[in-house]
Design a protein around this ligand. Structure first.
Ligand code: FAD
Length: 470
């Protein structure tokens, strides 16, 4: 009987244990992707755009090998049932996911199919170690990254990635499929999505090319240069990883010479693993403070300030550059993410959940685990978080990590003629310098929407009050 492979956030053919299991079983294949209408959290706008391109690439890769991908929209249990009825599939395979609502749904489907005599198997396709494999001696999950990663990598035996199959020509024919265009994942009027793709190449081949480019040079400078947004020294693999177009095992394997630079890079992959562990044990990671000692925090609800932040018009050039990079490209450098997140939470005192939600909608790689864990890290409410009293200085960070102002000039072009000395603090520039640079503050570029020093004092006192009342 045919084997059904249910593709989810693992849109690749290489190192796909579920696909491999179906191939090993023999017989015809049914390759299915479901746009789930019962998803716990629907795709944000940018993530949906990437999904469109990712599915286009997966369809093409499957067709190149003689196969076909079936697309269906609906509740996952109903679609699986329907496709089994139409194809007479006798086995169903998928790679596991880690958010409780997804796991509950998968478990219910598994129980139901097994009770009906079908073979159902799930695999680890997207992590180096699954959350339940890394526990403290007392059997509890780790709350601190370094011991987590030490335990995770201690004696870690990463199996060799599975090569992509050359042929998929035994796919069951004549099963109806939705057209991808019917899903309308791409925005129209305006179409901001295809413009983002000037910066990315979604799909498995794009992911492998990105990894190869990174290993061919930037990785050598990664350990020292990864905090510099003015240089392209990080891998930019995050959208590919979040959509499962490359597996962490493939990355591990490519870096396994394990010299100093690879180790630093793999530690960042470790943060992704840690985030998944946090999400697995804390399903409400995106909506509830991990540390409830901050639940009483008196957040400000300032729509105007929030909008200035989203549009990159706060008057702090480093923050604005980051928010505009995100808006245009669907990606932002990690150092700048920390600074813009800190600015929203600490300078504007806006709830971290509003920022998390904005990133969810605008990041191509929006990832339930990494996004929520990172926002809580910056807010100081998370596991192994930055202390609440760390308030990033938005111009000091710029001066340190974008010392010549190139990053700001790239994304905030109205400041491009401002000399390096004032690029991160235009309000300090003498009038004649501003005139020479063709800028009138408040007209061409905003005055700072908050004063750094008083904002810092305000938030520290609010955090203290919240902690005292907990
Ligand atoms: P590299 O430095 O090349 O790292 C390699 C890979 O390691 C990344 O692709 C990513 O998968 C993983 N990684 C690196 N840093 C982290 C981290 N701190 N936490 C978890 N995984 C990490 N990452 C996401 O994948 N999705 C998100 O939605 C997301 N939201 C974030 C929100 C905030 C407020 C912050 C501060 C960080 C967020 N990150 C998120 C983590 C990190 O910023 C990105 O993974 C990284 O910038 C991606 O760029 P890169 O691929 O060049 O990273």
């Amino acid at each position: 009987s045919p084997s059904l492979v249910w593709f989810r956030d693992d849109r690749r053919l290489g190192d796909h244990p579920a696909l491999q299991a179906a191939m090993d079983r023999g017989g015809p294949l049914v390759l299915l992707y479901i746009l789930e209408t019962d998803a716990a959290r629907p795709h944000g706008g940018a993530r949906a755009v990437w999904l469109h391109y990712s599915l286009t690439a997966l369809q093409a890769a499957i067709e190149d090998r003689g196969g076909r991908l079936i697309l269906r929209r609906g509740s996952s249990a109903e679609v699986i049932d329907a496709v089994i009825a139409e194809t007479d599939a006798g086995a169903v395979f998928w790679n596991r996911r880690y958010h409780k609502p997804d796991r509950d749904r998968d478990a219910a489907i598994k129980d139901d199919l097994a009770a009906r005599g079908l073979t159902v198997e799930s695999f680890n396709g997207n992590l180096l170690v699954e959350p339940w494999e890394v526990e403290t001696k007392s059997g509890t999950p780790y709350r601190v990254f370094t011991p987590f990663w030490r335990a995770a990598t201690d004696g870690l035996d990463v199996t060799d990635p599975i090569p992509a199959p050359q042929q998929l020509d035994s796919c069951v024919p004549d099963v109806s499929s939705d057209g991808l265009a019917d899903w309308a994942l791409m925005p129209t009027n305006p179409d901001w999505g295809s413009k983002m793709m000037d910066y990315h190449t979604p799909g498995e081949a794009g992911a492998q090319a990105r990894l190869a480019d990174f290993l061919d040079g930037p990785i050598e400078e990664y350990a020292e240069g990864r905090d510099r947004p003015d240089k392209a020294l990080t891998s930019r693999l995050s959208p590919h990883l979040a959509h499962g177009e490359i597996s962490p095992r493939q990355i591990w394997d490519a870096c396994k010479d394990n010299d100093y630079t690879s180790r630093k890079f793999l530690t960042e992959i470790g943060w992704r693993e840690f985030s998944y562990s946090l999400l697995f044990y804390n399903p409400d990671l995106a909506t509830q403070n991990f540390n409830d000692g901050y639940d009483a925090m008196a957040w400000d609800h300032d729509d105007q300030a929030f909008e200035a932040w989203t549009r990159g018009r706060t008057g702090y050039p480093f923050v604005d550059a980051g928010m505009r990079q995100l808006w245009e490209t669907g990606w932002m450098h990690n150092r700048v993410r920390m600074v813009v997140a800190s600015f929203l939470i600490k300078h504007l005192m806006i709830d971290w959940r509003d920022g998390e939600d904005w990133f969810w909608d605008t990041l191509l790689e929006a990832d339930l685990a990494s996004n929520a864990a990172s926002w809580q890290w910056v807010a100081g409410t998370g596991a192994d978080a930055a202390p609440y009293f760390r308030v990033f200085n938005p111009f000091g960070q710029g001066e340190k990590f974008d010392p010549n102002g190139d990053y700001v000039r790239r994304w905030v072009p109205e400041l491009k003629r401002l000399p390096k000395k004032y690029i991160h603090q235009p309000w300090k520039a003498p009038k004649e310098v501003l005139t020479d640079a063709g800028i009138v503050l408040g007209r061409d570029y905003p005055d700072p929407i908050v004063d750094h020093k008083s904002a810092r004092e305000r938030v520290l006192s609010a955090y203290k009050t919240a902690r005292n009342s907990a």
